[in-house]
Structure formats: structure tokens, C-alpha cells
Design a binder for this molecule. Structure first.
Ligand code: COA
Length: 176
């Protein structure tokens, strides 16, 4: 069975919030916790978001946001390139239901956000926690390159080692 990816609709949010709670229980993602899943699913500076669905049910999600000077990943990229932050976009809020992994849902979500960014002349730059090794493997398999490391501040007094990546212009496409 294959997942399909489409733009996220408002009606998806309740189901995605439930998926997110399961993901947090399984993987500790996001490190900030899931006290208010709906708010977390609609991040500031959102450019677009996508839902992966299977049999009509949301099973995964990704958002793409514009960069700001307060973003760790944007800061690392800017120090390296001195580039304009309006020329990058940051994929965030990527997760897939633990019961529907390994069938390419995340690869398709990443590809959809990458196509959107590329069509608008934006390079994808992002950070990923070092503990999220499945995500790191996937990004590297799709051709993303590590450009730095940071300590992510979870806002509760804890910090988490994370890596900053830049996606290639032409990304390795997911298996269909
Ligand atoms: C990281 C995460 C999103 C990956 O989701 P996923 O839908 O299972 O990812 P994919 O199926 O696209 O890829 C995962 C694996 O399946 C393989 N795969 C991809 N497409 C496939 C397909 N069509 N058929 C079979 N396998 C496939 C990939 O090669 C990859 O292989 P791996 O086992 O070497 O890692 C998921 O594990 C998750 O939600 N983790 C917790 C949250 C998290 O870490 N988010 C990332 C934040 S940056």
C-alpha cells in the first residue's frame, strides 16, 4: 500500500494531532513535547504544508517555513554563504505514523516541499536532531549535505545536539 501526498487541509489537523502524539510517545519528537499539537502543526512563517495519507487517513506531515534570523539552521547557512535569507526555505514538522513507516511517505513529503521551494527559487536548509538517525539517513540518501552542527535549545533548560543540512538543487527522488 502506498501513501499519497497532497497539500494539508484544515480538516486534517485533528487526525495529524493524534498521529503526532503517537510519534512523540514512540520517538520523543518533537523534543519540545506536544502540549498543543494544533499550534505546533501551524508554525510561524509557514509557506505551505503537506499531508501524507493512506486510505483517506492522514499518516504524515511536513511544513515549509520562511527563514528568520532566529533560526539556528538559517544562521549557520548565512555564516557560511552570507546569502539572503529570502532565498532559503526550512522544512519543519516532519513526522510519519509509526504504523506506516518504511513505505516512502516521508520521502514523498520531503520531495513535495523541495519541489515547492525549488519552483520559487529557494534552497532548502534545515536542522535535524542527531538522535533522529532515521531522518538523517533519509536526508543523506536524498542527497542533502551536512554544513554544520548546533545545540538546539528546547526551551526547557535542555539542549540537544543537531546537524544543519542543505538540500541539493536536484534531489534524489523517492521510489514510487
Ligand atoms: C524520519 C521519518 C519521518 C521517516 O518516515 P518514513 O515514512 O518511514 O520514511 P521513508 O519510508 O520515506 O524512508 C524510510 C526508509 O524507508 C525506505 N523507503 C523509502 N521509500 C520506500 C519505498 N517506496 N518502499 C520501501 N522502502 C522505502 C527508505 O530507503 C528508508 O530506508 P532506511 O530504512 O534505510 O531508513 C519517521 O521515522 C519519523 O516520523 N520519525 C520521528 C520524527 C522525526 O525524526 N522527524 C524528523 C525530524 S527532522
Amino acid at each position: 500500500m502506498k501513501a499519497i501526498v497532497r497539500p494539508r487541509a484544515a480538516r486534517d489537523l485533528d487526525a495529524l494531532a493524534q498521529v503526532l502524539v503517537r510519534v512523540h510517545a514512540a520517538d520523543g519528537y518533537p523534543v519540545e513535547g506536544v502540549d498543543d499539537p494544533h499550534a505546533w502543526l501551524e508554525p510561524p512563517r509557514e509557506l505551505a504544508s503537506w499531508t501524507a495519507e493512506m486510505n483517506g487517513r492522514p499518516i504524515g506531515h511536513i511544513s515549509l517555513v520562511a527563514a528568520s534570523t532566529s533560526d539556528d539552521a538559517a544562521a549557520v547557512w548565512h555564516r557560511k554563504t552570507h546569502g539572503d535569507l529570502d532565498t532559503i526555505a526550512i522544512p519543519v514538522r516532519l513526522f510519519v505514523d509509526p504504523d506506516h513507516r518504511g513505505i516512502g511517505a516521508a520521502s514523498k513529503l520531503i520531495a513535495a516541499s523541495h519541489a515547492y521551494a525549488t519552483d520559487r527559487g529557494r534552497l532548502m536548509v534545515f536542522d535535524v536532531m542527531e538522535k533522529d538517525q532515521t531522518a538523517i539517513r533519509l536526508y543523506e540518501m536524498m542527497g542533502c549535505k551536512r554544513i554544520g552542527t548546533i545545540q538546539h535549545d528546547a526551551g526547557d533548560g535542555t539542549t540537544h545536539p543537531a546537524a544543519v543540512y542543505e538540500a541539493p538543487q536536484a534531489m534524489q527522488q523517492p521510489r514510487s
